[in-house]
Design a protein around this ligand. Structure first.
Ligand code: SF4
Ligand code: SF4
Length: 205
């Protein structure tokens, strides 16, 4: 019985000598541990607008807004960090590994939750045949660069990458009433239109 009591006294004395383990925040700045997961932040230069982060976010705090009325059409990612649970899945699954990163910022209290947002914008590529969203331009160029010579298997990626290098001119707008013909394959098209074109090429109408 006496031994545990002596141990407790020893611990109390050691704690007195060591001082408090809690910090004096907010009166003093607190330095988080090296692996601390704080506020996630988008880095526009490294974000390609693929929206992988929004798809994996368990708290659904990354909103994707595709605005087709703007010129050029734009994808806006809105991070509502007031809903964030700091799990780090967005950073872990980011296609570039650098587009969104969790920092050390932890003092996120605010009076107006609508102010607790951060946004990043990327230009969108639209299907030249039907007007649907194909993807963010930086994302498609990122995929084309990763594929290297294999991008020749995908006309949309090929046309986009060659146009970026100034090796081809953008196609004139397609007449929506004109029939879908083979030459439309060499346009930037969405997967649905490409499928229609290939099926028509193989089996006709
Ligand atoms: S840290 Fe988790 S909850 Fe917060 S934005 Fe990233 S994926 Fe969503
Ligand atoms: S590049 Fe990263 S941060 Fe940008 S949309 Fe894709 S996953 Fe999100």
């Amino acid at each position: 019985m006496r031994k545990p009591k002596l141990r407790e006294v020893g611990e109390a004395v050691r704690a007195l000598l060591r001082g408090p383990v809690t910090t004096r925040f907010p009166f003093e700045t607190h330095e988080p541990a090296p692996a601390f997961r704080g506020r996630p932040t988008f880095y526009a230069d490294d974000c390609i607008g693929c929206k992988a982060c929004a798809e994996v976010c368990p708290a659904r705090c990354i909103e994707v807004v595709d605005d087709l009325s703007r010129r050029p059409p734009t994808r806006r990612l809105v991070l509502h960090y007031d809903k964030c649970i700091f799990c780090g899945h967005c950073e872990l699954n980011c296609s570039t590994q650098k587009g969104v990163r969790l920092g050390k910022e932890y003092d996120l209290a605010c009076f107006d939750r609508s102010q607790c947002v951060q946004t990043v914008e990327n230009e969108l590529v639209i299907c030249e045949t039907c007007g649907a969203v194909v993807g963010a331009k930086k994302h498609l160029l990122f995929v084309a660069a990763r594929l290297g010579a294999k991008r020749y298997a995908n006309p949309a990626l090929l046309v986009l990458a060659e146009a970026e290098l100034g090796l081809c001119q953008p196609s004139p707008p397609r007449d929506p009433l004109a029939p879908m013909i083979r030459e439309n394959l060499m346009r930037v098209t969405c997967p649905r239109c490409r499928r229609t074109l290939v099926l028509q090429e193989l089996w006709g109408e």
